[in-house]
Design a protein around this ligand. Structure first.
Ligand code: ADP
Ligand code: GLC
Length: 490
């Protein structure tokens, strides 16, 4: 590390590969590494979930911090670890009553928010704010604290009250999750009373940790330029559009990158065969066959010839799963397509998808759950990738699919609009087309886009050009990391 390197403290509730529930985890791995590669001095602080602690080998105790919780003082042990997957030290807030429990970071086994989430993330934020001020006297004082989503929204608020403090950046990865809690909770957590105002964290009779981040951070970013504009409008703002509109001077849309070392079809260890832009077909075919044969004993000619439509994602309304559910029977009836879908989320979607798979065991393949290798195999083995999200702050899966030569079908919103170029006469002619984009949020339009895609799929030369154009896009972090560094130094 160069002397005088900019010190940046990342604070987040997940980071791949230690703990990941979605794209947030990916970004919290790849963005700090991209900054580290550009000379920044990084620490990343995470909650000490049980699953995370179990993956740590050697830890050093940096110290103890006592902060206010819901029932009095809570004591947290701060651990430092050098994990082989991370090029910089990780700091872990070890507080067993709040984080040492099995399962998901945010919800219990039945999918409900942990009842003490307010306390968990208020305590985490209090501790992070103290670390940001080097309260433990470690001799590491960040110039910038970069926080992510509602779980860390209070960090900027705690720091805003300090006379001398680092600058704060708050990134919105998804406005749909507001971190809303009641007034009773606000009082129980002994949060500063001056936050209780419409200009502060108060939100519809309760308070929002996400809103606190927006109000109190020096700069607010979100993960694509289009989403940055969308969230300033009522349709996408979740009641915060007015606030965001008034803070446009400090709101920046910076497109996420992808980790091109992890997501690379010519080296990906999860794939059956590797391939690259210059020679796509044989490798992709072998991956398709292996993927199909995970679900059926043998992938016969008919199955190999039929277009395979893939989907990976959280099964929630955001992702347009209801449109997918409506489209599948129509497409099964009128074409020979197959589907391979991986995800978990809302029980109704899981059940409906499982039912479709039972009804069409040779054409609809479903895996309910979380499976990192299978996610890679679907990106590589499918012919088309479905991502009809109603809104999408950035979306990583469509970028992975582009890179894997699997053209995505997306709704024109957020990061999907910023990363996929619709295949039409003009874009096909000039070689800029990379996928299929529909403009009206309706099943009929989604179906029309799929039909256009299937049409082009039957034209091998055009199809290869489309695949190659997608694979050549550079979605690595270099540009975005540069934008963040410029923002930090402002
Ligand atoms: P979001 O963050 O809204 O879930 P993104 O497209 O940004 O959407 O990122 C999703 C990430 O999570 C991708 O890395 C994707 O591969 C991964 N993912 C989502 N669901 C699953 C699953 N069921 N199994 C494996 N990986 C998944
Ligand atoms: C969120 C968004 C997704 C984005 C990811 C990483 O989970 O839903 O669009 O790609 O965060 O920023």
């Amino acid at each position: 590390m160069k002397r005088g390197a900019m010190k940046i403290l990342f604070v987040a509730s997940e980071a791949y590969p230690l703990v990941k529930t979605g794209g947030l985890g990916d970004v919290l791995y790849s963005l700090p590494h991209a900054l580290h590669d550009r000379g920044a001095d990084i620490r990343l602080v995470l909650p000490g979930y049980r699953a995370l602690l179990r993956q740590l080998n050697q830890v050093r105790i940096l110290g103890w911090l006592d902060v206010r919780g819901a029932e009095g003082i809570v004591s947290a042990r701060i651990l430092e670890t050098h994990h082989p997957d991370f090029a910089f030290p990780l700091w872990v807030v070890d507080c067993p009553p709040l984080f040492d429990r099995p399962g998901n970071p945010y919800v219990n086994a039945s999918g409900q928010d942990w009842p003490d989430n307010g306390e968990r993330f208020a305590v985490f934020a209090r501790v992070a704010a103290l670390l940001a001020q080097d309260t433990l006297d470690i001799g590491w004082q960040p110039a910038v604290v970069h926080t992510h989503d509602w779980q860390t929204g209070l960090v900027a608020a705690f720091l805003a009250d300090q006379p001398v403090r680092p600058k704060t950046v708050f990134t919105i990865h998804n406005l749909a999750y507001g971190g809303h809690f009641s007034h009773t909770e606000f009082v129980r957590l002994q949060l500063p009373s001056h936050w209780w105002s419409p200009e502060g964290a108060e939100f519809h009779g309760g308070f929002s940790m996400l809103k606190a981040g927006i109000v109190y951070a020096d700069a607010v970013t979100t993960v694509s330029p289009t989403y940055a504009a969308e969230i300033c409008t009522p349709a996408f703002g979740y009641g915060l559009d007015g606030l965001l509109f008034s803070r446009q001077h400090k709101l920046h849309g910076i497109l996420n990158g992808i980790d091109t070392r992890i997501w690379n079809p010519s080296t990906d260890p999860h794939l059956t065969a590797h391939y690259s832009t210059s020679r796509i077909l044989p490798g992709k075919r072998r991956n398709k066959q292996a993927l199909l044969e995970r679900f059926v004993p043998q992938a016969d000619d008919a199955a190999m010839q039929a277009p395979l439509l893939g989907l990976v994602g959280r099964l929630v309304e955001q992702k347009g799963i209801d449109w997918v559910l409506a489209a599948i029977p129509v497409l099964l009836a009128e074409t020979d397509v197959r589907f391979v879908l991986l995800g978990s989320g809302q029980a109704v979607y899981e059940q409906k998808l499982a039912r479709l798979a039972r009804q069409h065991p040779d054409r609809v393949f479903i895996e309910i759950g979380y499976d990192e290798p299978l996610a890679h195999q679907i990106e590589a083995g499918s012919d088309l990738f479905l991502m009809p999200s109603r809104f999408e702050p950035c979306g990583l899966n469509q970028m992975y699919s582009l890179r894997y030569g699997t053209p995505p079908i997306v709704f024109r919103t957020g990061g999907l609009a910023d990363t996929v170029v619709d295949a039409n006469e003009a874009t096909l002619a000039d070689g800029s087309a990379t996928g299929f984009v529909f403009d009206t949020p309706e099943v009929a339009e989604f179906l029309a886009a799929i039909r256009r895609a299937l049409d082009l799929y039957r034209q091998p030369a055009q199809w290869r050009r489309l695949q190659q154009a997608g694979m050549r896009q550079s979605f690595d972090w270099s540009q975005s990391a540069g934008h963040y560094l410029a923002l930090y130094s402002q």
